[in-house]
Each structure stands twice: as structure tokens, then as C-alpha cells.
Design a protein around this ligand. Structure first.
Ligand code: C2E
Ligand code: MG
Ligand code: MG
Ligand code: MG
Length: 292
């Protein structure tokens, strides 16, 4: 609210800080230091061929090892990082760490798969985004073919010419683009005509409610049909149950990601999974008791 009233009110607001505001204030201070203190870590979650369980990619997901609070999930700090502009620096750190790790795995002789990084709208819209990508690719010496970015529908919403250009430039460089959390944003399927994405990731909220003949069932079925007719790959995120996987297979969904196969794991564990190449899911495990 203080923001709406203009910059001059910040000080007044500061002197009458309530607990909630104070928490945010502390969090921002810590967040600024976290980069310098190297408190961020990337976890990785495999993305699998829906039919075979072969690992075809992985998503890098940031974690914050806070000295007092322990492991903090991105939902707790990414929004503030976006608000404060810190997302630019955190985002660069993420891309670089993911590229470096992927390159290291390749040099260890592990099978090459692409790594996906989540890019927030602020980061994507920056004029120097492509420039930074180029720099990181050069510095880490990664083949851009093994790099994918995940953006959300709201980036496409304002139908901006510069968005199309940035996407085209990334793809010319060899980087793939996937549309994350698909179905939750405001965009419509017609956007897919203007913006050429490589993969669409159906949001996990649809998968959660997926049962034969449920509302989600028909939504997912039509998304998959349409997306595939446009020759775009389709992935489902948040696949937790065997039944969901079987339905998705019958619908010809290309790829799946979710706790059924593996939770996001630290880099060392991901290296072991990569070595295995193909994963088997563990339907016999109790709820909450997964292998990883
Ligand atoms: P997302 O990109 O949609 O990532 C998928 C989220 O779903 C991850 O949560 C993942 O742990 C979780 N997930 C995966 N499989 C399952 C499942 O079977 N069931 C359930 N219930 N959840 C599952 P996480 O790691 O907490 O990340 C949350 C969000 O934070 C991400 O959603 C993404 O939007 C954002 N995020 C994560 N890392 C980064 C980053 O490096 N940069 C930016 N800008 N955002 C990030
Ligand atoms: Mg994502
Ligand atoms: Mg998602
Ligand atoms: Mg998300």
C-alpha cells in the first residue's frame, strides 16, 4: 500500500513497521547477502519419456540454504526477488550454475540431456538478457542445444514484438523454449500460433485432479491433441500417481515429470540418476515415502 502512495511515504511506513513488513525487510536483507555467501543451491528433477521412463531432460530448481531457517523453497523468496530486482542476479547465477553442472556431467561421460532453467518475466524482458545468455554459454562452454528455458504464459500475454524477437534469437542460438504452468495463465491457445515454443508443460494443478472422466481429463486431453497437432512436444508436471501416468500415456503425452519417478534431488543424486538413464516408478511406496 505504501508503494501506491508514492516513494515519500516509505519512511513513514518504515517507522510504523508491522511484523509482516519487518519479516519482509529481513528477508530482503538476507536475500542480498545470500548471493555473496553462496547460499543458493540447484536441485534437479528429471523429465522422462512418458512411455519408456528414459530421462530426456531435467529441470533446475533453486533452493536457499538459509543459515537459520534451513532449506527455503523458491515460492518463499522468488516473488520478493522479483519485486526487488534481485531476480536478475539470482537468475544469472541459476543459468550459470546449471550450465556448469551440465557441462561437468558431460565431461564425466554421463549421457547428455538438456537442462531447463526457469526464467522470470523481469529477467526475460531485459534488453541484455540475450547478451547474458551468450556470455554464460561462452564461459561455461556448454552446447546451447543442451539448454532450455522455461517461461510462463504471462510473458506472451502482451503480444510484444520484442518478445517474439527474443524468443527467435534464443532459438537461433540453439536454446529450446518451454511454456511452463500451461493452462493457469491468461493466454489462450491462439498464442501458440505467434510464439513458437518447443514444449508445453501442462500445469500440475490439472494433473492433480486427473481421473478418468474428470473435468481435468477432458481439458488435458484437448490440450494434448491441439498441442501435438502443432508439432509441439507436450509434458505433464506433477505426476504423482501411476493412474495419472497411465491416462497420460493413453493420451499420447510425450513427457512426464513428478514425484512418481523422482522428487527434485541435489546434483550428486541427479548424476546417479543420469548414469542409470532410465527410471522405474515406485507405485508400491506409501504416500510421502518416496525413494528420493
Ligand atoms: P515450476 O517451474 O512449475 O516447477 C515445478 C514445481 O513443482 C517445483 O517446485 C517442483 O518441486 C514441484 N513438483 C515437481 N513434481 C511434483 C509432484 O509430483 N507433485 C508436487 N506437488 N509438486 C511437484 P519448487 O521447486 O518448489 O519450485 C516452485 C516454483 O518456483 C517453480 O515452479 C518456479 O516457478 C519457481 N522457481 C524454481 N526455481 C527457480 C529459478 O531458478 N528461477 C525462477 N525465476 N523461478 C524458479
Ligand atoms: Mg518450471
Ligand atoms: Mg510448472
Ligand atoms: Mg511456476
Amino acid at each position: 500500500r505504501a508503494k501506491e502512495q508514492g516513494k515519500n511515504n516509505y519512511q513513514i511506513y518504515h517507522s510504523s513497521m508491522n511484523i509482516q513488513t519487518y519479516k519482509i525487510f529481513l528477508l530482503e536483507k538476507d536475500l542480498r547477502r545470500a548471493l555473496l555467501r553462496d547460499e543458493f543451491e540447484l536441485y534437479y528433477q528429471p523429465r522422462l519419456d512418458a512411455n519408456t521412463g528414459r530421462i530426456v531432460g531435467m529441470e533446475a530448481l533453486i533452493r536457499w540454504n538459509h543459515p537459520e531457517w534451513g532449506l527455503v523453497s523458491p515460492d518463499e523468496f522468488i516473488p520478493l526477488a522479483e519485486e526487488t530486482g534481485l531476480i536478475i542476479y539470482i537468475g544469472e547465477w541459476v543459468i550459470e550454475a546449471a550450465c556448469r553442472q551440465n557441462k561437468a556431467w558431460q565431461e564425466q561421460g554421463l549421457p547428455s540431456v538438456s537442462v531447463s532453467v526457469n526464467i522470470s518475466a523481469h529477467q526475460f524482458m531485459r534488453k541484455d538478457f540475450i547478451h547474458h545468455m551468450n556470455r554464460i554459454i561462452a564461459e561455461t562452454d556448454i552446447n546451447p542445444h543442451w539448454l532450455e528455458i522455461e517461461i510462463t504464459e504471462n510473458i506472451l500475454m502482451d503480444n510484444d514484438q520484442s518478445t517474439i524477437l527474443t524468443m527467435q534469437n534464443l532459438q537461433k542460438m540453439g536454446i529450446s523454449i518451454s511454456l511452463d504452468d500451461f493452462g493457469t495463465g491468461y493466454s489462450s491457445l491462439s498464442y501458440l500460433k505467434h510464439f513458437k515454443v518447443d514444449t508445453i508443460k501442462i500445469d500440475k494443478s490439472f494433473i492433480r485432479d486427473l481421473r478418468v472422466d474428470s473435468e481435468s481429463y477432458f481439458i488435458i486431453k484437448s490440450i494434448i491433441q491441439l498441442v501435438k497437432s502443432l508439432h509441439i512436444l507436450v509434458a505433464a508436471e506433477g505426476v504423482e500417481q501411476e493412474e495419472q501416468l497411465h491416462i497420460l500415456r493413453r493420451m499420447n503425452c510425450d513427457q512426464v515429470q513428478g514425484y512418481l519417478y523422482s522428487k527434485p534431488v541435489p546434483a550428486a543424486k541427479m548424476g546417479e540418476l543420469l548414469k542409470r538413464g532410465t527410471l522405474h516408478y515406485h507405485s508400491s511406496l506409501e504416500e510421502g515415502e518416496r525413494l528420493f
